[in-house]
Ligand binder design. Structure first.
Ligand SMILES: C[S@@+](CC[C@H](N)C(=O)[O-])C[C@H]1O[C@@H](n2cnc3c(N)ncnc32)[C@H](O)[C@@H]1O
Length: 265
């Protein structure tokens, strides 16, 4: 934290707090709306463990910057509420898309309790950055049409009905966040459902200058992760689509498939 409490104006209606997605890392993967909000911030409260400092640097000179990696939710909210009550434009900057593992629900609740509204700006999520870096479509017709965004249980846990074995049973394109610490259990669980040669993309700090991204057979997922000591900022994409044959072709663009925008019966 960098500054003392702001002076609250008792007659003031606080502006909404902006919860903004910073995308996966590369500054040019930020949305224009997100960039505009950061550029207008009086106070920028940002997840410095995952957001690129170059993005935080878009904030104007004089903007109060608060890094959250060492703070508790209570400490973060103290600053956010105090500055919002003082009529400041507060931007709470999260990595990726805020709706995914961003813990924004608890922040929105506390803001609502305080009578302060929010505006949310979406961001590109890590799985989208990984798919584009791999030049892959994760929904290949006839092969896989569903993308599951999930995580291994770990300390936070997941509801029983969303246990990894249930997600794996779909054999969809499965994107696993926050799971690298549990990669041995994850691989063992996945192998019960996916064939051992199913391609798994392992993405570390995708879109950052030190990005490491590789596609390995499922049977090697844990070993490769361990060899590279991947624990943080790692995403897995388990998908038959990553090995889709070159000739895979969507019916939508096939000459034999007519639809609303391309004549025919
Ligand atoms: C707290 S979650 C937030 C996810 C974020 N809201 C999103 O939409 O990408 C953090 C996890 O997202 C994944 N992640 C975020 N950014 C990443 C990146 N650039 N490369 C690989 N994984 C990433 C990792 O699994 C990391 O542990």
């Amino acid at each position: 934290m960098t500054a003392s409490p702001a002076a609250a104006d008792p007659g003031l209606t606080p502006k909404p707090v902006w919860i903004v997605g910073a995308g996966p890392g590369a500054p040019d993967l930020l949305t224009l709306r997100a960039a505009r909000m950061i550029e207008q911030a009086d106070v920028l409260v940002w997840t410095d463990s995952l957001v690129n400092p170059q993005i935080a640097a878009l904030a104007p000179e004089g903007c109060e910057q608060v890094r959250t990696s060492t703070l508790t939710l209570e400490q973060v909210m103290e600053v956010v509420l105090d500055r919002a009550r003082a009529g400041k434009t507060v931007v709470r900057l999260h990595d990726g898309d805020p709706c995914l593992y961003g813990a924004i629900a608890e922040q929105i609740c506390r803001l609502a309790d305080a009578g302060i509204g929010v505006e949310v700006v979406p961001g590109l999520s890590a799985y989208q950055a990984a798919a584009s870096a791999l030049q892959s479509e994760l929904t290949i017709p006839g092969l896989v049409q569903t993308i599951v965004l999930g995580r291994a249980g770990g300390r936070t846990g997941v509801p029983e009905r969303e246990a990894l074995e249930r997600l794996a049973a779909l054999r969809a394109s499965l994107c696993l966040y926050l799971s690298a610490r549990h990669v041995d259990e994850v691989q063992a669980e996945l192998l019960r459902h996916y064939p051992a040669d199913t391609p798994v993309a392992i993405g570390y700090r995708v879109s950052w200058p030190d990005q490491w991204l590789s596609v390995v057979p499922l049977a090697q997922m844990a070993q490769v992760s361990r060899e590279r000591s991947l624990i943080r900022t790692t995403l897995y994409v388990v998908s038959p689509a990553l090995a889709a044959p070159e000739e895979a072709r969507s019916k939508l663009y096939s000459a034999s498939h007519n639809h609303l925008f391309r004549g025919g019966a």
